[in-house]
Write a protein that binds this ligand. Structure first.
Ligand code: PLP
Length: 364
């Protein structure tokens, strides 16, 4: 059996260090915010080449609080990718704004800058690109459009820990960058966790207030905030895993390189990496015309695969009220029908990668 991803293996690799970090928090008697959270925020900001990081409860909340910090709310529109995990859209809905989808560039599968301006209306307040699969979106043209139209830019970097755009880490290219540390992400907690990074001190301060009941000083509430704090236990675990993140990314890159070389004659559509991108391969997504048959074949051979994502947000019941016809976003619909995520992760053995490649070479 070759699993799609083995989360337990990541823990086992760092078990003594993670266990020690957890014990340290338990012994400290400090279970909300405090020194462990502050240390992680400092270390995560430095890693992301950003001035500030603020830990929150999960990736969805990072997006919601980023939008709230920018005063995006009812009556506003936010431009989002048509093909993304639904959380990107849900964050916009949660603040009372409307997600307005644009289709991806067919090569990069990320938000296509050439399609953004047609979607801008007088209500548009922000652009929300996603670095899908760990591939950076084309930020410079997106930031340029935002500047010309007076829009804010929020990045959904839930899949892009450590990725670089034009040589610089994802973390502060735009107004505010949102992270998830869901266990399966490249930097994953042992439960839910998230963060924002930014170079804007006022925005960081706003999110820090909003995540903690709108309060900096206990029982003094400056704004109607929420409870969305990152847990010190998770912060302590993330600090340990952060020391391995670059090494783990290198291992993902070795897997991706093996796939790229081994699968080029198979007829599968392979990921495209532009010159300006240094992806971190959160997912290795190929496109297969006969996806269901291929997936079934791999399952029979004991190889775990997943589909990211089988139903695009505009075709979910949750978004029926937007009234977007399935074919109004044909690329998102097509991708949902043919993408397949191959096993990927820092603990995936290269001998297993070779077995997967052999299976795919012998398909058909
Ligand atoms: C995981 C993910 C999120 C949400 O993160 P959670 O921590 O699960 O709330 C948002 N956007 C994208 C693209 C994701 O992959």
């Amino acid at each position: 059996m070759i699993p799609f991803l083995d989360l337990g293996a990541a823990y086992r690799e760092l078990k003594p260090e993670i266990d020690a970090a957890v014990s340290r928090v338990l012994d400290s008697g400090w279970y909300i915010l405090g020194p462990e959270v502050e240390a992680f925020e400092t270390e995560w900001a430095a890693y992301c080449e950003a001035d500030h990081a603020v830990g929150v409860a999960n990736g969805l909340d990072a997006l919601v609080l980023a939008l709230r910090a920018l005063d995006v709310g009812p009556g506003d529109e936010v431009i989002v990718p048509s093909n993304t995990y639904i959380a990107t859209w849900l964050a916009v809905s949660e603040v009372g704004a409307t997600p307005v989808p644009v289709e991806p560039n067919p090569a990069t599968l990320n938000m296509d800058p050439a399609r953004i301006e047609a979607a801008i209306t007088p209500r548009t307040r922000a652009l929300l690109p996603v670095h899908l699969y760990g591939q950076p979106a084309d930020l410079d043209p997106i930031l340029d459009i935002a500047r010309r139209h007076g829009l804010r830019v929020v990045e959904d970097a839930a899949q892009a820990h450590g990725a670089r755009y034009n040589g610089r880490r994802i973390g502060a290219h735009s107004d505010i960058v949102c992270w998830s540390f869901y266990p399966g992400k490249n930097l994953g907690a042992l439960g839910d966790a998230g963060a924002i990074t930014t170079n804007d001190a006022a925005l960081a301060e706003r999110v820090a207030l909003l995540r903690n009941y709108g309060s900096k000083q206990k029982y003094v509430n400056e704004t109607a905030g929420v409870n969305s704090r990152i847990d010190p236990l998770q912060a302590a675990v993330l600090r340990v895993k952060l020391t391995m993140l670059d090494a783990w990314t290198d291992r993902r890159r070795a897997v991706a390189a093996a796939y790229a070389e081994g699968l080029k004659e198979t007829g599968l559509i392979m990921p495209h990496v532009p010159d300006w991108a240094e992806p971190v391969w959160h997912l290795y997504v190929v496109r297969a015309p006969d996806r269901e048959a291929l997936q079934a074949r791999l399952t029979k051979a004991g190889i775990g695969t997943l589909i990211h994502y089988p139903i695009p947000p505009h075709m979910q019941t949750a978004y029926a009220a937007l009234g977007i016809a399935p074919d109004a976003l044909p690329l998102a619909r097509e991708l949902a029908g043919d993408v397949l995520s191959l096993p990927m992760g820092p603990q995936l053995k290269l001998e297993h990668v070779r077995q997967i490649i052999t299976q795919l070479q012998n398909a058909e």
